[in-house]
Design a protein around this ligand. Structure first.
Ligand code: PMV
Length: 314
């Protein structure tokens, strides 16, 4: 019998969403809002899967899952993700779902408690398959953060973890305005096609924001100064404006930016935009109470936490 508990971190994109789909630089961070999964088998040949964060429980006959061969894997993934995408998620902007959806398959093949780099790459690639089912043409950044954790620089399919991760707190706010990543990505693509000479410089500038932010984060990690926060805040404002130019802003996100700015804090959308989630760089007194009055859910969280991991079940 098997009994395992897994967890994977949440994810936020600091800078570079949408631009990353067009080959530009993005910076993505893990969040210490983790999704947990418990996988158990019993003597009757059933495997049960429990995702307590989203009150989800499922069970299957082991014989319906095995043997797993590459040729059958895609069909299994699509079938399982069809179930997963139907569940309400209380974890906004996280790839944890996709990562965890595949771990039960993984563990049934390799029952090891420590994963090698190669095995993590395999988990990452399965999670990417999940992203493809959900989003269509994902950049791969979501599954990478869920797998590796930390702060990742993502550029043209190459992932580089920042060697030093500064202590930074952010406020993650879910506007609860539903959006489709797939159609927002398609909308940006249309805009680029319509106004290439206008939009390419915007994408280039977003990329430069990511690179400047990365350098600033490295400076903060070695010698934090108040000026560094001012730079990060300005970059947030610049990028939020760029994202509006790309057409992925939303009134709910404007409210977030306005409300936090009244407290001297700077916010931007994170992920696809058009509603969804926003991030606010935190100074000591976050404005969560006022945002909650707007009907939003807020989580104060820190970034750069470990990636997917296996915990021992009691
Ligand atoms: O909203 P999310 O968490 O699915 O993030 C989407 C990020 C995009 O850059 C818009 C798309 C992608 O695949 O990178």
């Amino acid at each position: 019998n098997i009994d395992f508990i897994f967890s994977a971190p949440g994810k936020a994109i600091l800078h570079g969403e949408h631009a990353v789909v067009h080959g530009k630089v993005a910076l993505a961070v893990s969040l210490n809002l983790r999704t947990y999964l418990r996988l158990k088998s019993n003597s009757t040949g059933k495997v049960s899967l429990c995702l307590p964060n989203i009150h989800t429980f499922m069970s299957w006959d082991v014989s319906s899952l095995l043997p797993l061969r590459p040729s059958t894997l895609d069909a299994v993934l699509v079938q399982r993700l069809h179930h997963f995408t139907g569940f309400p998620s209380e974890m906004p902007d996280t790839c944890a779902m996709a990562v965890l959806a595949f771990l039960y398959i993984y563990i049934s093949v390799f029952a090891e408690s420590r994963w090698s780099k190669e095995e993590l790459e395999l988990i990452n690639s399965w999670a990417f398959q999940g992203e493809r089912v959900i989003h269509g043409t994902p950049s791969g950044v979501d599954n990478a953060v869920g797998t590796w954790g930390g702060i990742l620089r993502y550029h043209a399919g190459t992932i580089t973890p920042l060697s030093r991760v500064p202590v930074l707190r952010i406020l993650l706010t879910n506007t609860k305005v539903p959006r489709s990543t797939k159609s927002l990505v398609a909308g940006v693509r249309d805009k680029i096609k319509k106004f290439p000479s206008v939009m390419h410089p915007v994408l280039e500038s977003i990329s430069a924001v990511s690179v400047t932010c990365e350098l600033t984060l490295e400076e903060i990690a070695s010698d934090p100064m108040p000026e560094h926060y001012a730079v990060l805040e300005e970059l947030i404002d610049i990028n939020q404006h760029h994202l509006q130019v790309l057409g992925v802003g939303h009134a709910s996100l404007d409210t977030l930016c306005r409300t936090t700015l009244a407290h001297g804090l700077h916010s931007k959308l994170t992920g696809a935009g058009g509603g969804g989630c926003g991030i606010t760089l935190l100074r000591p007194e976050p404005p969560s109470a006022e945002l909650k009055d707007c009907g939003y859910d807020c989580w104060e969280t820190s970034i750069g936490v470990p990636g997917v991991c296996l915990h021992s079940a009691s």
